[in-house]
Design a binder for this molecule. Structure first.
Ligand SMILES: [Zn+2]
Length: 538
């Protein structure tokens, strides 16, 4: 019976997904975008004499709604800095087309407009010194390197694209670079050919649609190690040659989270997984199939395992299943943060896991003291500000509490189904909620709302007294706004060491409780299982 119900749920979910996909493919007044990019092919010429790059972008676009113009994001040339991109020519279906490049937007016009239902090929020839996005610099050994670092929407500093996570597309990179360099990118390597002029052409192709935030190339002198096949996925390590010994050794642990998450969530979404020492500004950046790590992560300390687990978890959540809108970033970072804790529990046991949960809860409490905002904060316009404790730790704590309510079985079934349905696509929080509701056969609207869409968390003032066998307790919610509702576990510790566990449902500003106890209580421990996001106050 359970299996049959599960099968029905699964079919219903897939059907809903197909209906959703079909509705997106038709022109309606509420459609988000009139265009859907299907595929990018970027030809990029790099050299050692100048930071100027020459590019040719072929963009294959499905026209969802008839429009006069199609717009790509592309950083403009700035005379004051000498950086930015200049467009030399644009064609639409091989015909020279008019374009207007202003305010980092490239408007492209087609004679007769873009007709609903058509698929068009747009080619943009451009050149310039990237002001950002493609970091051309020296690594810590003084050697020249080129590393893309796109998050959140910095891809348009070096490639013309729809620089928003809602529009995922397959991508090819054809990189022409001096032949002393090796090139890593998303997908599978299709070609590596030495050319006559001291340059080498390297082609990579990603056949799964990905968002621009994780479309990358890395061009440098690398030492490359094949780490073998893990759960069907080819793993490799790319480090600077000077760090060959330490890098190969330290990044080798990256195979473990790949195996763990493949078994826990579902098959890995890409053709290979490369762990790459790079010049990313972040500690790690979860580029699809080619995770870039800060160059300082190779340091002889072998302390990269949890970072690698976090970036690897992103391959499922953030990369394969992508938040459709920046404000739902917790679907990426909250998931990666929580799954890293789950991984930690697997490798290190319960004690460290609990320590990390407590530390995360403190981080949320501290952040809330500085800025009271919901996890899904639609007021943020500078997306870097979304890299905060709400997105990471509170997002993780939300999943932890959901797991506590559902139990491991239903919780991970929800994650697996969510991945199955939205893999290679995009999702919003309501989509994840819908999956949880299908799996659990229960309405989670209030739960999602109070933890993700409103600010704050319970701030509890507690007091208790004992008179014989009667223990009286008051629990007051002191945070601003309506009271939260939540189960609270209490552990009574008797003077003789015995324990009594009680769980109560709290939903009022003031909850008055009475407990029958059988000896003198010396201490009450609130939330002994570390399963509630709250803080105590006076
Ligand atoms: Zn992350």
């Amino acid at each position: 019976m359970v299996m049959q119900q599960r099968t029905l749920n699964l079919l219903a979910a897939l059907l809903l997904f197909v209906i959703h996909w079909q509705s997106m493919a038709h022109c309606r007044t509420d459609v988000v975008s009139s265009f859907n990019v299907l595929h990018y092919l970027f030809e990029l010429h790099l050299n050692d004499f100048t930071d100027k790059i020459e590019g040719k972008a072929s963009v294959f676009v499905h026209v969802v709604c008839t429009e006069e113009k199609f717009t790509l994001d592309l950083n403009n040339f700035s005379p004051s800095t000498g950086k930015g991109m200049q467009v030399d020519e644009v064609t639409v279906n091989e015909k020279i087309s008019a374009f207007d490049h202003q305010n980092n937007r490239l408007d492209i016009f087609s004679k007769g407009g873009f007709k609903q239902g058509d698929t068009v090929k747009i080619v943009v020839k451009y050149s310039g010194v990237p002001a950002d996005g493609l970091i051309i610099s020296e690594n810590k050994f003084g050697n020249r390197t080129f590393f893309a670092d796109n998050w959140p929407n910095r891809a348009h500093f070096w490639i013309p694209c729809v620089d928003h996570p809602s529009d995922k597309a397959t991508v090819e990179f054809w990189v022409f670079a001096p032949n002393k360099y090796q090139v890593i990118a998303n997908g599978s390597q299709m070609e590596e050919t030495d050319l006559e002029d001291g340059f080498r052409l390297t082609r990579w192709s990603e056949t799964k649609p990905v968002s621009t935030k994780i479309m990358v190339i890395g061009v440098a002198q690398f030492a490359v190690l094949n780490n073998g096949i893990v759960e069907g996925t080819s793993v490799s390590t790319w480090v600077f040659p000077e760090n060959r010994q330490d890098g190969f050794s330290e990044y080798a642990v990256g195979t473990k989270p790949l195996a763990f998450f493949s078994k826990l969530i579902g098959p890995f979404g890409y053709s290979k997984l490369a762990h790459v020492q790079s010049k990313t500004r972040y500690g790690g950046m979860e580029n699809a199939g080619a995770v870039f790590y800060a160059e300082s992560t190779v340091n002889g300390r072998a302390d990269d395992e949890l970072l690698m687990a976090h970036e690897t978890a992103h391959q499922w959540f953030g990369d394969a299943v992508t938040e459709r809108n920046w404000h739902h970033l917790w679907l990426s970072e909250g998931f990666a943060t929580y799954l890293t804790l789950v991984y930690l529990k697997e490798i290190a046991g319960d004690s460290l896991y609990r320590q990390r949960l407590i530390a995360s809860r403190k981080a949320v409490n501290r952040y809330e003291g500085k800025k009271s905002a919901p996890v899904i904060d639609t007021t943020v316009t500078n997306y870097n500000e979304l890299l905060n404790a709400n997105t990471y730790q509170k997002g993780a704590w939300f999943l932890h509490m959901l797991n506590h309510e559902l139990g491991d079985s239903l919780f991970f079934e929800s994650l697996r189904l969510y991945y199955l349905i939205y893999r290679d696509s995009t999702a919003l929080t309501k989509d994840f909620q819908h999956v949880v509701e299908m799996v659990s056969q229960k309405n989670w609207n209030s739960f999602f709302h109070q933890w993700l869409f409103r600010s704050g968390h319970p701030k509890l003032k507690t007091e208790w007294s004992q008179n014989g066998n009667l223990l009286k307790m008051n629990i007051m919610q002191k945070q601003l706004g309506d009271p939260f509702f939540f189960p609270l576990t209490l552990k009574f510790v008797y003077t003789d060491g015995r324990l009594q566990i009680e769980t109560v449902n709290i939903s009022e500003q003031l909850t008055q409780l009475r407990f029958k106890v059988c000896a003198d209580v010396k201490e009450v421990i609130y939330d002994p299982d570390i399963s509630l996001l709250f803080e105590t106050t006076f």
